[in-house]
Write a protein that binds this ligand. Sequence first.
Ligand code: ATP
Ligand code: MG
Length: 405
Amino acid sequence: MRFPFDKATPILDRLNENGFEAYVVGGAVRDYLLGRPIHDIDITTSAHPDEVVTLFQRTIPVGLQHGTVAVLLNGRSFEVTTFRSENGYDDFRHPNQVTFETSLDKDLMRRDFTINALAMDRTGKVIDLFGGQDDMKLKHLRTVGIAEERITEDPLRMMRGIRFVSELGFSLGEDEREAFSKKSVLLKKISVERIDQEMNKLLAGATVSDALRLLFNTGCSRALPLLDKTVAREELFSVRFDLLKSEGERWAAFLRTLGMTDISTFSSAWKWPVSRKKSVGLLLKYEGNYKLLNWDKFSVYSSGPELAHSVERLEAALGKTSVEGLERKERLIDRLWQDCPIRSRSELPVSGHNLIRWSGKEPGPWLSAAIEQLEKEVVTGKVPNEQEGIKRWFMAWQEKQKNQF
Ligand code: ATP
Ligand code: MG
């Protein structure tokens, strides 16, 4: 096999020329053999970190105590890690001790799943000590070594495993499944940030339903923040996650089917970034009022077309509208947006200053009410988007307001 990781070739060559072993390892080899897109290329080597640092011009010591140096080459960064083994995980997060090793075998042994324990040398030869390639053919996810031991060592591996089931469409081995059921509670030891990262990837996978079934049926879900008492109904497993396009939409679908409506509490417990809290909250609000929602120019203008599309995708994923219905709604939203005379307030040819001058009044709450009303009038085409017409409308509007009070 030809060595397919061209961008990493100079790094392997330099290490090899200096008498060190070097391999591309882990996710990159897995994804290459599965014909999937490759994200980052990790390299494992017999060279010690200080040797790696001297061999390359531009390096960053990203995790020297774990043996990792980032090598920068042609605008890319490659993690080069010294062969290592790990002993003991008393805090369930970091190995108590990292030992540098002289052989690749030891390094592969510490890895979580057989499909992640593959390495490739500079000639393109695959080193596969645990049957990772056979597992790939059978679409099996198996741990390297005894499942129960490996997940007790690092319980995050359960979340990683369920995430790989989702991303790759593999099935979890029997022993692994049993071990997950037995040890699920250990997930409580893992930081919520890492759980969230895996969950986020899980929800974006190709076979989310299978993975969610596994998450709930093994009891792993019960060890996750705020999901301890949650029982998944069949509804969750029939969500069409494949129709959803953003992180926010996927979380909204997940939480909606679990009946979780308190996004504030959930997002604090899961330490979500504010942006996700906002987008999920907004989507669920629209979803809750969907029956009252009739897209017209002003509602599309107010939400923006992206959110409008998101709401419709969410409805379809939840099975409340058909795929054809979704396509119809998407065309409608696009047409309404196209037909909006303005796309934002800044496209109005007048500002608050104009209205203040025309009114002869001091600024006050009336001003934002006037601008909001003006936007609505212009968007719906009742007032032309030019100064003279707007002034005429404004003077009449003001009169009407006076008469009302
Ligand atoms: P992704 O596609 O998300 O990058 P990945 O498998 O490459 O998946 P990384 O976090 O990039 O995940 O880790 C790179 C490699 O390091 C893995 O393929 C695996 O060999 C090893 N690894 C990562 N996390 C663990 C873990 N918790 N336990 C054991 N080995 C791990
Ligand atoms: Mg990776």
